[in-house]
Design a protein around this ligand. Structure first.
Ligand SMILES: [Zn+2]
Length: 293
C-alpha cells in the first residue's frame, strides 16, 4: 500500500523535551519538477530542498515564509525552496554551464553557501543565517545552520528518488530535561537508523512506530503540504522597479512590452509602456533587501 503523502507529521516524546517532524511529498514534488527539466542529481536535490523547507516551516511562529537558498559557482548556481506557515512550498534551481554529475554538494555548488531566511508577511524585519556549503549532502548543511546560529540542537535526514521526497527532523526543545535526561540522546540515535528507502517508502506513522517503538510518542494531526506559488503582478513589478527605469525603457523600445516570468511556476506577467510609466511615476522603490542580525 502506498503511504499517504504530501503531509507533515509532527510528534513529541511525552515527558521529554524532544520533538520531531516527518515530511513526505509526491504530488507536490511532481508539480515542482513538472515545470522544468532538471538532470537527475539536481532533481533529487530540489526534492530534498523542498522537504527541508517544509520541515523548517514548522519553526515559523507567525505568518510568513521560510526560504532555503543555495548559491555557488559550480554546475549548480542556485537553488531556492520556500515554505509558508501553511506549508505551501515551491522550489526552483538554476544551472551553470558545467556538466552535472553525482558529485557531493560542496563540488556541485563550488564556493557555495546556504542561506536560510525567515520572512514575516507583515514586517520587513527578515532574519537570515548563512553557512558555507562544505558538506557532502544538504541535510548536513542544514544541521550546520542550526549549529552556527546557536539554535536548538537539531538533526535532519533528507531523501529524494525523483518521484518522492521525504525528510525527518529531530529537535531538542529548551527547558529542563526533567527525569528523562537521556531522551535526546536516544532520539538522535534511534532516528539515525532510518534508511532513505524507509523514509521514502513507508508511511509516516509506520516510520515513527518503527524508530521509536519503545518510546512514549504523541502524534499530532498531520498537516497537508501543497505546491503553491505566491507570486503576483505586484511582486514582479517590484523586480522591474529594482532593475531601474533606463533598463525597463530599453526592453520596451526593443520588444514593445516587458514580459516577466516567475521562475517558480512559469506564470508570465506582461507590462506595456503605460504600465511601466505608471510603475516608475509611483516612485519606484526596490523591495527591501534582507537584513542580517
Ligand atoms: Zn509563480
Amino acid at each position: 500500500m502506498q503511504p499517504e503523502s504530501d503531509t507533515l507529521q509532527r510528534f513529541v516524546f511525552e515527558h521529554a523535551n524532544v520533538r520531531g517532524e516527518l515530511i513526505q511529498l509526491d504530488r507536490t514534488l511532481s508539480e515542482v519538477l513538472g515545470r522544468r527539466t532538471y538532470p537527475d542529481p539536481v532533481a533529487r536535490l530540489v526534492g530534498e530542498a523542498l522537504a527541508a523547507a517544509g520541515l523548517l516551516s514548522s519553526i515559523l511562529k507567525f505568518k510568513g515564509s521560510l526560504i532555503l537558498q543555495i548559491q555557488g559557482e559550480g554546475a549548480l548556481r542556485m537553488l531556492v525552496a520556500s515554505a509558508s506557515h501553511e506549508q505551501e512550498v515551491r522550489a526552483v534551481a538554476r544551472l551553470g554551464e558545467e556538466e552535472i554529475t553525482d558529485a557531493p554538494l560542496r563540488e556541485l555548488c563550488a564556493n557555495g553557501y546556504l542561506a536560510i531566511t525567515i520572512d514575516p508577511d507583515d514586517s520587513d524585519d527578515r532574519y537570515q543565517g548563512i553557512v558555507p556549503l562544505e558538506t557532502e549532502r544538504l541535510n548536513a548543511a542544514v544541521e550546520g545552520y542550526f549549529d552556527q546560529s546557536e539554535q536548538l540542537p537539531t538533526r535532519v535526514w533528507l531523501a529524494c528518488d525523483g518521484e518522492r521526497a521525504a525528510g525527518l527532523l529531530m529537535q531538542r526543545l529548551p527547558g529542563d530535561a526533567g527525569e528523562d535526561a537521556d531522551a535526546w540522546n536516544r532520539a538522535e540515535h534511534l532516528a539515525a537508523t532510518i534508511t532513505e528507502e524507509e523514509l521514502l517508502q513507508l508511511g509516516a506513522r509506520e516510520i515513527i512506530g518503527r524508530l521509536f517503538h519503545e518510546e512514549d510518542i504523541r502524534l499530532f494531526e498531520p498537516s497537508r503540504v501543497r505546491f503553491h506559488c505566491h507570486c503576483s503582478r505586484e511582486r514582479l513589478a517590484g523586480v522591474l522597479q529594482g532593475l531601474g527605469y533606463a533598463e525597463a525603457r530599453d526592453v520596451l523600445d526593443e520588444q514593445g512590452q516587458i514580459e516577466a516570468t516567475c521562475e517558480f511556476c512559469g506564470t508570465t506577467y506582461r507590462f506595456d509602456p503605460v504600465d511601466v510609466e505608471q510603475l516608475f511615476s509611483e516612485g519606484g522603490i526596490a523591495p527591501p533587501g534582507p537584513t542580517q542580525h
